[in-house]
Design a protein around this ligand. Structure first.
Ligand SMILES: Nc1ncnc2c1ncn2[C@@H]1O[C@H](COP(=O)(O)OP(=O)(O)O)[C@@H](O)[C@H]1O
Ligand SMILES: [Mg+2]
Length: 281
């Protein structure tokens, strides 16, 4: 599988990636839709939790979804990730209709939900935590062990990849520390690292900075921006602490009772009377 972290040599320069090294309107023009929901609807009995929502998510950008409690944000993410079956509408990923696919299949395509319940293996080191996520195919491992030399090469590749990820996340100096020694913010970064280790290209994050302090929350968003620029990773983020998120995200959608009531730049949405009235008052 060719993932964002397995580039051809020289491919990784930010300036080569559409929309990352450019500013202002050019960024928008260079955008390419990687994921799209069309008319997505999810009902629970008489309640329509997600009501005909259509959003194109641009590749290599951070899209923020805001809205009061119960407005359907998590349900929308669950429908995209394959945890819920939508009643109507479609989820298109890289041009393929993945509506109703099981979540593990969607994850294999590089569309991954993370920051659920961070459960690192606390007695393993940071590096080992990344490698555990990588070695997920015992059958293949057994086969490879018959050809020990090539297997060793694979291990080397995995370690190199893990260090590359740790460096991007600013965790490389912690590589041999036990996961249980990490701070709350560092644990979030480790979760992100584990997703990247599985070649995640699009990351769905439901209130990723919910429980960490504002300084670490800013750091986490800075790392997300960095990953969009360095690797072209796409983020779809739900966050209720808008003051923190708006500095970093490219585009905002505001939900209310299952519908999109406003969209635009962070500034546009935060100044939209509908949003102020319904949510920010
Ligand atoms: N599994 C479920 N069964 C029944 N109702 C649900 C379920 N999940 C969510 N809901 C309802 O759907 C609405 C939207 O919920 P949710 O997507 O969690 O909102 P948000 O994440 O914006 O707070 C709420 O009224 C919630 O009670
Ligand atoms: Mg929610």
């Amino acid at each position: 599988m060719v993932g964002a972290l397995n580039p051809e040599p020289g491919e990784i320069k930010a300036s080569d990636r559409p929309g990352t090294a450019l500013g202002g309107e050019n960024r928008e023009m260079a955008g390419e839709t990687i994921l799209e929901v069309r008319n997505l609807t999810k009902r629970f009995g008489a309640l329509t939790a997600v009501d005909h929502v259509s959003i194109p998510f641009p590749k290599g950008k951070i899209t923020l979804i805001i809205g009061p409690n119960g407005s359907g944000k998590t349900t929308l993410l669950n429908c995209i990730a394959g945890l819920y079956q939508p009643d109507e509408g479609q989820v298109i990923y890289k041009g393929e209709d993945i509506t109703g696919y099981p979540s593990h299949e969607i994850a294999r395509k590089g569309l991954v939900r993370t920051f659920q319940i961070p459960l690192p293996l606390s007695k393993l080191t940071v590096l080992e935590n990344l490698l555990v996520g990588y070695q997920h195919n015992p059958g293949e491992r057994l086969f490879r062990s018959l050809f020990a030399r090539s297997w060793l090469r694979q291990e080397e590749t995995a370690v190199e990849k893990a260090f590359h990820i740790l460096t991007l996340l600013g965790l490389d100096h912690m590589w041999d520390r036990l996961a249980e020694e990490l701070s709350g913010g560092q644990l979030k970064l480790l979760e992100l690292g584990k997703a990247l280790m599985t070649d995640a290209e699009t990351i769905l994050a439901d209130e990723p900075v919910g429980s960490v302090n504002p300084v670490l929350a800013h750091e986490l968003f800075e790392h997300m921006v960095n990953l969009t620029q360095q690797l072209g990773i796409t983020f779809i983020v739900i966050e209720h602490r808008l003051q923190i998120a708006v500095e970093y995200v490219d585009h905002v959608y505001a939900m209310m009772e299952g519908q999109i009531i406003s969209e635009g730049t962070p500034k546009e949405v935060l100044n939209d009377p509908k949003v102020i009235e319904g949510y920010l008052r």
